[in-house]
Design a protein around this ligand. Sequence first.
Ligand code: GLN
Length: 542
Amino acid sequence: MTRYIFITGGVVSSLGKGLGSAALGALLQARGYCVRLCKLDPYLNVDPGTMSPFQHGEVFVTDDGAETDLDLGHYERFTGVPAKATDNTTTGRIYTSVLQKERKGEYLGATIQVIPHITNEIQDFIREKEGTADFVLCEIGGTVGDIESLPFLEAIRQFGNEVGRKRAIFIHVTLLPYIPAAGELKTKPTQHSVKELMSYGIRPQILLCRADRPIEEDERNKIALFCNIDQKKVIPALDVSSIYEVPITYHDEGLDHQVMDSFGIKDISNLDLSTWHNIVKNIKEPESEVTIAIIGKYTNLADSYKSLNEALIHGGIANKVKVKLKFIEAEIFEKEALSDHLEGVNGILVPGGFGDRGVEGKIKAAQYAREKKIPYFGICYGMQMAVIEAARNLCGIDGAGSSEFKKCRVPVIGIMTEWTKGDKKELRKKDENLGGTMRLGAYPAKLKEGSKVAGIYNSLEISERHRHRYEVNINYIEQLERSGLKFSGMSPDGRLPEIIEYVDHPWFIGVQFHPELKSKPFDPHPLFVSFISAAIEQERLV
Ligand code: GLN
């Protein structure tokens, strides 16, 4: 029997509902349950694939090639359960599907309405998870009271009503703001938010109250009284210094116990949270520190490189070091000397990106790392930049660039129109939807025996997630290899370069995929572990 936990948010956005859901998922797993997490996003885009990272943070890519909300990244990092395309939907997708059915005549005779057609479609998305886990945790994006989220709230109300209280509960995440003049945490916004939720027919069983300081007994009682909720189910969710502390603190406050209680499940003995305790210990008591420069384009919005930041932290956990991140706008290097900004950094990372703003700066960063023998990690665009740098400066191909640049005379990076995946031929057509021209999701790669990456992965076959439109043009491989840049990972059909490395450099690796998407605190990605270890080595040498 599958049970459902719906998580809504109130008062303000950015309350950490996604993290809270992920942490609860991890706690239920620690109780021996199988969990599945999913998210309903109220915006009108069909998926976040076409949104700027400035708008919506990172786009998380699943193995099965879906471009999804970054909260799915939290879910996967906390539970280790690989996210699927069917774990995220949006208003845009729901409407698209309903309208397609309408055109096909599937509702023949009916007037198509928000209720029941849209709400039924949303419920189908939820119902599809039946039987796939003991607990399905379903987060509703946005804030209660938004016009956009109404159909979703109505759908989960109907769904909860249909399966009954033994199988569906509602958790509402709110904020208790601290007002310095009054010297206290205020409960009124929470009261109003719960009232609003109740006006849609949803009565939350549990309140998760975010606050920046301890919530006194009095305040908890007040919330319980006004919101019609058991006092023990008003759970403080205080700020913590590391997100990986969240499962521990929520457990200490009784969240998972209260979830069991709400479902009427008899509680078991103590949970083993030692994995989380070890992770937090390594974060809080590092043995030393390294600084990694991230040369990108979306550097002033922390969420745009969410998985990357976490993967670097995971690399630090594995090496027992604190990883300090120094974000640098790539464009700066088009005007200023690199050494002014990169003095003292122990590793340089050029992450994924799109468009040509800042590309010359990224290419210079790759050159700086290669010449000064500083560990360099190029991810997706960062690998392409390193290839262009080698083409220009080692092979003497003047004007080498990517077809993605506004001006490019020699596209060493270009569009590949055809390759094979397994025994299937895949084609990329110019006039497809923007998303359609991308190589998305998990693809296998074969690694060269004896290469550095084969050692790091300890395997000759890997599978990693992709999200890009362009590829290294294989006609240049020979020339690039002669200059010292080795292609140590290729697609099984040999047509798509996947990994590059320099043999005579302490650590210079570029990958066409996004390894950060698969890293977890309890299972750090080997490339990040190795990169951070190279950075530690570099720190020792200076
Ligand atoms: N813009 C590059 C491409 O589309 C790289 C994409 C990325 O870094 N994710 O190929």
